[in-house]
Design a protein around this ligand. Structure first.
Ligand SMILES: Cc1cc2nc3c(=O)[nH]c(=O)nc-3n(C[C@H](O)[C@H](O)[C@H](O)COP(=O)(O)OP(=O)(O)OC[C@H]3O[C@@H](n4cnc5c(N)ncnc54)[C@H](O)[C@@H]3O)c2cc1C
Length: 326
């Protein structure tokens, strides 16, 4: 018999000779659910406040171990961040974490905000340096301020027994002198008293997993929780990624190619991309995830469901939130 040179036979032959891959493992019945945390930003308008609260109400039954509220550049959202945290404490079963930055403020001002949080009942702080204000390209520490996040962590430890999370950058912070210097900085933040790091969002799982290896080799022993950003608006994410140092792989651009005017398909693609990312992380043993919700619940709810998390009824959710935070 002679070899069939037709295109159809070539296709079948290519299919038959391609590497075989098993599917991602399915989570076993009865396995522990992953620990989740959700990040919100404080709303600027009444309409955004309504959107945030419908987001919080939708995600609350998933019993995250904490929800964090961001702090606008240079403390610009101080009042709104505080008001959001207080309302979360008063009206929900959730454990709130307050973001706090060093930029543009003296130490005693930053300390006063931390004390105010503590008095309100907030016991968890995400301690950050913050970005330079708009129009300023490089960061200059406030002359009387905390210069870097590691200094802020040490300052917070002197104020109260806060649980402290810090930021980590699998692709290196864009202003770091080198990956090693950035890792040293992360180690300083942990040594100063942080209990975990939360990563900048990333799309390349390999890069994150390699970063965990490097962190371990550098003597870091706390969890480095992956920050997951479900992509709702690709053009915006691409722009923001260029600033914050996250690389956008060509395959991701191809996924959203041609969908600018097709929000319905874009949503399905977004869910698939994020689900694949968290499932791959889960298959690699990762069981803690921090979601950048952008105050939109649907994708986060769906992805949490795919991870095996199910909504709990009120009382149970309260008990679980408390236990998970401990
Ligand atoms: C999970 C997460 C949440 C965030 N939330 C907010 C938020 O709510 N509000 C906000 O404004 N921003 C937020 N950011 C952004 C963050 O403020 C910026 O990425 C900022 O540029 C760096 O903050 P950092 O805490 O990582 O800084 P640091 O850990 O202080 O590091 C900043 C840079 O300085 C370098 N460095 C550290 N120490 C020294 C030193 N002694 N000498 C020289 N260089 C040094 C580091 O290598 C790094 O390049 C968040 C980021 C993440 C990942």
């Amino acid at each position: 018999m002679t070899a069939d040179p037709s295109p159809a036979a070539a296709t079948l032959s290519r299919w038959l000779t391609s590497p075989r891959r098993g599917g991602l493992p399915i989570r076993e019945e009865g396995a522990a659910s992953p620990k989740l945390s959700f990040e919100f930003f404080p709303p600027k308008t009444e309409a955004l406040e309504t959107q945030l609260w419908s987001c919080i109400r939708r995600l609350e039954p998933l019993a995250p171990r904490f929800v964090s509220v961001t702090y606008g550049a240079g403390g610009s959202t101080q009042q709104r961040t505080h008001a959001t945290l207080v309302r979360i404490l008063r009206e929900t079963a959730l454990v709130p974490a307050a973001h706090l930055t060093c930029v543009g403020a003296a130490r005693d001002q930053v300390d006063a905000v931390a004390r105010m949080y503590h008095e309100a009942g907030v016991r968890h702080i995400v301690a950050l340096r913050g970005d330079p204000p708009a129009g300023q390209t490089s960061y200059v520490p406030h002359p009387a301020g905390y210069a870097y996040a590691a200094d802020l962590v040490a300052g917070l430890r002197r104020i109260a027994d806060f649980e402290i999370s810090v930021a980590a950058y699998p692709e290196m912070h864009p202003a770091a002198a080198s990956p090693l210097a950035d890792l040293d900085n992360l180690k300083r933040k942990i040594d100063a008293g942080a209990a975990r790091a939360i990563t900048q969002y990333f799309f390349d799982t390999e890069t994150y997993l390699r970063f965990l290896d490097l962190a371990m080799a550098a003597g870091i022993k706390v969890p480095i929780v992956p920050g997951i950003l479900p992509v709702t608006n690709f053009a915006q994410v691409k722009k923001f990624s260029a600033v914050c140092g996250t690389s956008v792989p060509a395959w991701l651009a191809r996924m959203f190619d041609g969908l600018d005017d097709d929000p319905e398909t874009r949503r399905m693609v977004s869910a698939m991309v994020a689900a694949e990312q968290v499932r791959l992380l889960q298959a690699n043993g990762i069981d803690e995830f921090h979601f950048y919700t952008l105050n939109r619940p649907d994708l986060v709810f769906a992805i949490s469901h795919i991870l095996g998390v199910r909504p709990l009824s009120g009382a149970l959710a309260r008990a679980e939130s408390g236990a998970a935070a401990a």
